[in-house]
Design a protein around this ligand. Structure first.
Ligand SMILES: [Zn+2]
Ligand SMILES: [Zn+2]
Length: 273
């Protein structure tokens, strides 16, 4: 199995670190990674979230995209022979704004080798809301809007399915980001019923299989105190392995020291499957 960190961020992420890319890549080389995907958050539509301060932290501006791609390509060139750097993005599934994503892909798609397609937003009180901002924000703007955790989660998985269909249209390597991100604040919020999670994820398996979209086996949840588990359940990972769905480890590093985080968990879970 190729040792590959398929989901990482850069200094172009304003809720992460401004560390130079070399610190991330040197660490990846040191840990023996053979491939490394740089998958930054692309720009969002103007006023996507009704909170200007948060908007500034969520994503780079459209003006920065060429600079970001040049930066990633420069790193690819500089590390050639040491580690294969793949230029990518973590594209958002934007409910109701699919054209924005289409235009982004039209403009920059030919420069991308890898796309992680992620659901980070759901409609809620006051418009579009982040599902992974804070537990308090989730409670106030999403739980209150949908009425129960099961209803939020059900709608979340509808969006995940739509995101997989959208990702399926992309020509480069693509996978669905952190499929169970909805569990980020699970110890702080009321429980989502296990049977709902299971039945929705089971329903997603044939869709992944038929579209060829892979999964981002995202370990970031293991370092989040309110989650304590990877954003991909082990049974689901095993089912993906069994069906030949591409399973790509992702540290979702927002700091150099997070590169490779939880890789042992991934390796163990993969062999158990
Ligand atoms: Zn993400
Ligand atoms: Zn990410």
């Amino acid at each position: 199995m190729l040792k590959w960190d398929g989901h990482t961020h850069t200094r172009f992420c304003y809720h992460g670190s401004d560390a130079p890319q070399e610190l991330y890549l040197d660490r990846a080389v040191e840990l023996g990674f053979q491939r490394y995907t740089i998958s930054e958050h692309p720009p969002l539509p103007a006023n996507w979230i009704d909170d200007a301060k948060l908007m500034d932290e969520l994503a780079m501006s459209m003006e920065e995209m060429p600079e970001y791609l040049a930066y990633a390509k420069e790193m690819k060139r500089r590390y050639e022979g040491k580690i294969e750097v793949a230029v990518g993005l973590e594209i958002d599934y934007l409910p109701g704004a699919g054209e924005f994503t289409d235009r982004l892909v039209e403009r920059f798609g030919s420069e991308l080798e890898d796309v992680v397609h992620s659901v980070h937003y759901l409609p809620g009180i006051g418009g579009m809301r982040c599902i992974d901002y804070t537990a308090d924000d989730f409670r106030k703007h999403l739980l209150a809007f949908y009425g129960s955790m099961d209803r939020v989660a059900d709608e979340y998985y509808n969006h995940v399915e739509a995101a997989i269909r959208e990702a399926a249209k992309l020509p480069m390597r693509r996978r669905i980001g952190h499929i169970n991100l909805i569990e980020k604040f699970r110890t702080e919020l009321p429980e989502i019923s296990e049977s709902l999670i299971r039945s929705r994820l089971e329903g997603i398996l044939p869709l992944l299989e038929s579209t060829g979209v892979g999964i981002d086996v995202n370990t970031a949840g293991l370092r989040v105190a309110t989650c304590g588990r990877a954003y991909v359940p082990e049974w689901f990972l095993a089912a993906c392995v069994e069906r030949g769905i591409p399973c790509v480890y992702g540290s979702d590093s927002h700091k150099p020291e997070q590169v490779g985080f939880g890789y042992e968990w991934f390796e163990k879970a993969m062999t158990r499957g």
